[in-house]
Design a protein around this ligand. Sequence first.
Ligand SMILES: *Cc1c(COP(=O)(O)O)cnc(C)c1O
Length: 387
Amino acid sequence: MTNISNLANEVVEFSRKIFGDEFIPLHRPIFNGNEREYLIECIDSNFVSSVGEKVTEFENNIADFTGTKYAIATVNGTSALHAAIELAGVERGDEVITQALTFIATCNAISYVGAVPVFVDVDMETLGMSPKSIREFLEEGCEMRNGYCYNKFTGKRISACIPMHTFGFPCKVKEISEICFEWNIALIEDAAESLGSFIDKRHTGTFSSMATLSFNGNKLITTGGGGMIITDDEILAKKAKHLTTTAKKAHPYEFFHDIKGYNYRLPNLNAALGCAQLEQIEKLLEEKRKLAKAWSKFFSNRNINFIEERSGTKANYWLNTICLDSKTERNKFLEITNEKGVMTRPIWTLMSKLPMFKDCQKDSLKNSYFLEDRIVNIPSSVPESVR
Ligand SMILES: *Cc1c(COP(=O)(O)O)cnc(C)c1O
């Protein structure tokens, strides 16, 4: 057994060596490129808000980077998820399969359309949705009727499935995609954390009809706040743009909106920031990989489980992650490191434990409970010295 106080103190020491003496956050943004220039361009052009060239440019650049045909910018990742879920045909009263071990945004967005999440377990290696769990859930508890999947227990239709690539580690979405196809369930990847993560050289988020990204301040690259829907489907892309921009029919002067739409568009100012950030993404990914290597060596010398990308995949190492031996050790580790100004944090409380979702159906969630007690994220910013 490791001495957890020693480990915590060594992590503090190592963090100070890499990141310096001040307070060390979990993940800080870097503005080393053309951020200022592009922002000033926006201000000088007067196009700071919902109309402007930077939005289109940012969308095109994200589409290029992820290898998708279309990208639709939104005001944040949650709104991208909300719109995608609605566009996937999820209706009030439906159920959506997701993982209990995720950030609240996934489940919030499911509830915004009046649907209810159903929780399946995650894999130990990927921390993302387990294909085995979803298959068991469907085979034991669901049936096909009129071409749709119904939950035999609740009688509700299961219309979508949302796996999440936790901390940038690609989940087994290829397998999940095959299962969803068999059961006629729409697949949406929550790729908010996995920009720059690949499976067999294919970008995460390209294994489903639609996927969503986030550019919140703590993500790999940031627009301040922002999100994106990516898709290869032209019709969905057009609908997504329409739905997220108040559903206004194009007209030189008339205001006519043909469906209930949302004002979810990303302001030009934020897109400008995104354009500058995206120019630096390869360098960022490279530096984060180096940092992960250093952490990996540090922890393997101490016999601690540092989570690594599985073979055949490339993780962005957005947040570096360790798995400790118990909740007691985890708490002690979190206390010591945070007290010393080195930010570390636990993984999220399981969605199935939150008041809004406590009555939702779930499987054993065996791995989810195990990981919930033991996972810790450690400082993951690109070090000052290379910024
Ligand atoms: C960050 C994140 C989102 C989106 O969050 P926003 O703050 O709305 O951009 C969605 N899902 C997951 C898993 C996330 O980590």
